[in-house]
Write a protein that binds this ligand. Sequence first.
Ligand code: AMP
Ligand code: ZN
Length: 436
Amino acid sequence: MEVNYWNPDVETLDRGQLEALQLERLGNIVTQAFKTPFYQKRLSRAGIKSPANIQSLDDLRKIPFTVKDDLRQSFPKGLMAVEMDEVVRIHSSSGTTGIPTVIYYTAEDMENWTNILARSIVATGCTSKDVFQNMMSYGLFTGGLGLHYGTERVGMTVIPIGGGNTRRQIQVMKDFKTTVLHVTPSYLLHIHSKLAEYDTTIDELHLKKAFLGAEPYSENTRKKLEELYKIDAYNSYGLSEMNGPGVAFECVYKEDMHVWEDAYILEIIDPATGEVLPDGETGEVVLTNLIRSALPLMRYRTRDLAFVHPEPCKCGRTHWRLSRIQGRTDDMLIVNGVNVFPSQIEEVIMSVPEVGTNYQIHLTKAGSLDKLTVRVEIYSKMFTGELGELEALRNRIKDKLKASITINAHIELHEPGSLPVFEGKAKRVVDNREML
Ligand code: AMP
Ligand code: ZN
C-alpha cells in the first residue's frame, strides 16, 4: 500500500521526541491559559501558581478537567487568551446537546488547524488530483470550512456544495467527476436510497473515498457504505472545542484513527471517577490542545467514549490510534435497567443485508416497563406481498438484537424513504418515556 506523508518528520517522530515536543508545547499552553480569567482561577485553586508547576507530562494530571459548561458559563470571553482583534475566525459547536459554545481562532491557529487537516487528508491517500465534494454544512459548524481549507491546502479541487439538496449533490458528483466526499454516514446512506429516483447508477460516479464523521456510527455502517458505493471510507473525528475535524483520522490502513499527538494530548478517563485508565480500556476521551493560542483548553472532557491502542501502525506513523467512538456518556440508554448505546443497536441492524439505509430508535413506556422499538427501512424488493417473509425477517432482527444487547426489542419494518432524513448530524433516538 502506498503511504504518503504531509509532515513526515512530525508524523514519524519517535515516541521520546514526540513526548518531549508535547511537554514543551504543554508549557506554552499553560502559559497561554494563565492569560484567561477562567484558568487563572481554576489553576490557582488547584495549587498551580505558574506554568513552572508543570514540569512533566505526568504533571498534566494536576490540572483540573474543563467541561462544556465551563465554556458556556465563561461566555463570551472568559476563556479567550488573546485580544479580540487577533481573532480571525469564530465557530460554534452544533449544539447537539444544548446551548452552542463559541470557539475563537487566531490566524496562526487557523494555519495550524489547516495543516493538521492537510496531514489527515494526505494520510488517506488523497492527492491534488482528487476532486473533493464537501457535503458538510458551511457556516458556524467546523466540518464545512475546516475540511475546505485542509483539502485546498493539499491542492485538491474543492466543491463547497455544503449540506442537503440530494438531487443537486448527485448531479454535481456526475458533472465534476467527484472522487472524494466529506459527509455524515447517515446522509450518505440516504443519498444511496435516492440514486435510482435521479436515474443514476454507482458506475456513473467516479467516487473513490469518503471521509465520514461528525456523528457516531458502527463498523458495519462503514462496511455497508463501502460496498454500496465501492469506495474506501475513512473515519474522521473531531470536535469544535478542539478546532473541529482533524483531531484524529484514519490512514490508508483504516485500522482506527491516528490522534495527532503533536497538536493534542489524549487521555482516556473513567467518566465516573475521573481516573486516567490504562491503554486499551474504554473510557471518556479527554483532550488538551497544544497549539492553539486563542482558546487554550486543557483536559477537556469530550463525553465521547473510546479506547486507545498504542501499537505502531503499518503506515509508519508513531501517533497512537483511537478506536471508533463507541457512544457518548450522555447518549447511553437505560432500557429496563440494561445499558445500551445506540451505536450497538446500529451495529446489529446494519449487519442484516435486507436492511436499507435508515433507521430510528423509539423509547416509550408500556405500563411500568420501557419499550424499545427499532424502526428499520428495508429494501423495497422485500415488500413482495409475502407476509411470512417479512415476519421471518422481523424475528431474525429481533433475535440478533436480543443476542447482542439482551433486550427484547419490538421491530417495525418500514418502506424505503419513510423515516425522517437528516442532512447533517442524524437524530436517531426518540425517547418519549418522560412525556408519558
Ligand atoms: P461538534 O463540536 O458539533 O463538531 O461535535 C463534535 C462531536 O461529534 C464529537 O464530540 C462526537 O460526539 C461527534 N463526532 C465527531 N466525529 C465523530 C466520529 N468520527 N465518530 C463518532 N462521533 C463523532
Ligand atoms: Zn497508520
